[in-house]
Design a protein around this ligand. Structure first.
Ligand SMILES: [Zn+2]
Length: 96
């Protein structure tokens, strides 16, 4: 008997402040990477989908971004705002 499925992983890449397209507030937005991995006998083998989203912390609106945009946003977060506190990227496995 073969048991297979998928498992989702959520990585928080950066926190950025920009004006939200949804609520119009200059709010903090989290940049997250969502990876879905194929699992065999509950062992994650390889990623089958990778998505990037930003989420407004004010209104909760999510916006999909491309991998390229995500890289740019990360670079912006790392260098653009000097002195902004940055936590370590978090790895939070979640069930999809
Ligand atoms: Zn918003």
């Amino acid at each position: 008997m073969i048991i297979f499925g998928t498992k989702g992983y959520l990585y928080q890449l950066a926190i950025l402040t920009f004006v939200c397209g949804q609520c119009g507030n200059p709010a903090a937005h989290t940049l997250r990477k969502r990876v879905t991995k194929f699992t065999l006998f509950f062992v994650p083998l390889f990623p089958i989908s990778t998505k990037y989203v930003t989420q407004c912390t004010f209104c909760g609106a999510e916006q999909k971004v491309t991998g390229e945009q995500a890289e740019q946003l990360q670079a912006q977060a790392a260098g653009g705002y000097g002195g902004q506190a940055q936590g370590q990227p978090q790895q939070q496995p979640y069930q999809s």
